[in-house]
Each structure stands twice: as C-alpha cells, then as structure tokens.
Design a protein around this ligand. Sequence first.
Ligand SMILES: [Zn+2]
Length: 299
Amino acid sequence: MGSSNKSGGTYWGIDVGGSYAKVGCITGNSFRIIETFPTGESCHPEGLLKRISELILEGNTKPAAVGLGTAGLIDRPAGGVIRFSPNLPLWNSVNAGEILRNHLKVPVVVDNDCNVFAIGAINSGLIPSEGLWLFITLGTGIGGALINQGDIIYGTGYSGEFGHTTVREGGIPCPCGSDGCWERYAGKNALKWYYTRLTGQRVSPRDMALLASGGDIPAREAFREYGRWVGIGLANLANCFSPTGFFIGGGLSPTLNHFESSARREYKKRCRHQWNIHLLKDSPAAGAYGAASMARKQC
Ligand SMILES: [Zn+2]
C-alpha cells in the first residue's frame, strides 16, 4: 500500500478544520495522531503553523515531507496558497505551503480536504486504484474528488467542486455567489429544512435517521426529498464522466440507507449509467492520515 519510505524520515500530515487541527505522522507502516490544536474563526495561520512546525521538529526522526489538507480552494501550482477558506477567514490568501517550508526546510504539499481524504482512502486500499471513481462528501457543503487510476484529476487545479454545480437556475442563493447550487438542495441544511417544512421542528440528521427508522412519516418524507436531489446531482456527474462508480463520505453518509432508494430512482430517470455507490467510512484521523500519505506519495 502506497510507496515506501523513500528517505528514511517520517511523513507528517496536518488536517486543518474549522474547529481543530490534527497533526500525525506515518512511521514505517503505521500512522498516529501526535497532537490536536484548537482552531476557529480567530485562528491565525502563522501562529498555528509555527507551533505545528515546532512539534514536528521536536520529534526524534527528521521529517521527510509534510502534507496539509484544509477546506477551500487551494492553489497547488503556487506552492499551496489558500485562495478561499470557507471556515477560517484569516487563512484566505495565505501561502500555507511556504510558511511550513520556511520553518521546516522540507518538501510540503497542500491540498483541499476532500482530495486529501480521497488520497488517504486510495493509499489504504479503500478506493480502488483502477477505474474512474467520483468521491462525494455530503455534509454542510458537498465536496468532491475525481480519481482516475488512483490519481486525483485536478484540471487547472480546482476540479471537484460538484457542490456548486447549478441544479436550479434562480434557486436558493449560495455563499459562493451563485444560486441554485447542488449543495443548497443536497447539503445538511437542506435535509433539515425538508423536515422543518413538514413539521415546524428542527432536528439533527442523526435524530431524523432515528425517527425514520422508527417509522416517522415526515422524517421518511424528508429523506425521500433529500434523496431526489442527491440523485439529480449524481446523474449529472454520471452523464459528464461515465465513472466506474461513486464513493460517498461526509457527515450525512451514514444516513445513506434512508435516502438511497429515492436517490437511485431519480438517478435512473436521468441517466443510463449503472447505480454503483459505496459508502466510505470516515474516522477522526482520516484527514491527517490522508495528508501524511499525500506527502509520502507526492514529495
Ligand atoms: Zn455555490
């Protein structure tokens, strides 16, 4: 699995999320999280990346390379500049790759969290390294990655923004500046809204899944409506890419059994492709592991 440890050093992975940054490293064939730092809206990139660099340099093995994953638009050709950071406003336009390289003096690679997660899943054998696969994360937003023969397809650098493809012209406004984006209809808030619209109540997707399992009619109807929009987006993607299949991750993916049949029905109505959907299990360490394995593979 993955490539071998080329220089004898350790490969480090940093997963910078909206609430926490997790830092871990691969030694030999094992990976472990070394430390977790709080982030949040007021988190300054220079300060956090300096502390993380100090942690990495404290280790008794010289780092070979470092990977960093975070949400947003990442300019890889420019060395890892965060062009847009949806959760961490102070990270907009920051060259995170350069800051880390200056501190650590080792190769650093930076990528979007969704691509990083996919790279980890490819390297650990969860996503096959043959075929064309689309990885979709269903959460507050909808992220995506295009994987061909085990490699991410980047286009000019920003491929996989499936959540911002338009599914309804003139529809719900999106923070991205467009309207009618797929994630406004098949993201977490949409699912919650489908239930609230029927009952006047607000419940979490997890509670909605419990209600649906218990036979609650509005919860089942909300998942049906949600599944329709998931199916519309997946059919659009299948028509564009003719993929081998899809892997689904993200916070809403554990509820797939509640919306899969309506998604499949909608999909079958709109494309002639096979319905080949797999759940990709998440873990709290998956982002940092993906970042470390990206560093091992690409540096
Ligand atoms: Zn949008």
